[in-house]
Design a binder for this molecule. Sequence first.
Ligand SMILES: *Cc1c(COP(=O)(O)O)cnc(C)c1O
Length: 224
Amino acid sequence: MSVNVGAYQSIHQELLSKNVQLIAVSKTKPNTDIIELYELGHRAFGENYVQELIDKADQLPKDIQWHFIGHLQSNKVKYISPFVHLIHGVDSEKLLQEINKQAIKQDRIIDCLLQVHIATEETKFGFDGPALHEFLTSGRVKDYSNIRIRGLMGMASFSEDQTLLSKEFTTLKSYFENAKKAFSNGQFDTLSMGMSGDYQLAIQLGSTMVRIGSLLFGARNYSK
Ligand SMILES: *Cc1c(COP(=O)(O)O)cnc(C)c1O
């Protein structure tokens, strides 16, 4: 058991006081770790890999809210569409089309966040600023009858440079405020930004949802 219960409790209290939602990122971690937080009352968990997510969802309590935070391939949407709570990394209209199709089949509305590319690294997925603006002002959003776009998600550069991180988070927050104008229903309310290393900065700069893994569960071991 490697859950850091003390860290969980202090982060949980801190976020509660700031009205920020905590997603416990449990990728690569065993079910026993998830159950430990579940028994403390935690329900929102984040996973990156489709097969791992469906195995865990099958084995664990049904009232867990599963957040898909990884890069989602269109051909895998059907496996998570029956139960996923929020898909964070929607980075193309092709993916939106597939999610919408599967949501219609399941007769449900699926909540999604559009992923925005804010980091300097070229490998990170997402819409860039102009593509996001074009999409949101195009009128095409309403074609996706069974998707509710709840907000934006972004990952800052893998860096310790606070100035750089601040700049990236500030950019994402300004896209978020702008994008809000395209949604009059008041349900565009989620800005998913901040991880173990940078969540406090992200919250200062306007995050409403943080995705924290290693601070809660310890470092991940990918060699297994
Ligand atoms: C793994 C992951 C996290 C959690 O990272 P930590 O640094 O362990 O908190 C958050 N967001 C995404 C998209 C991830 O892939």
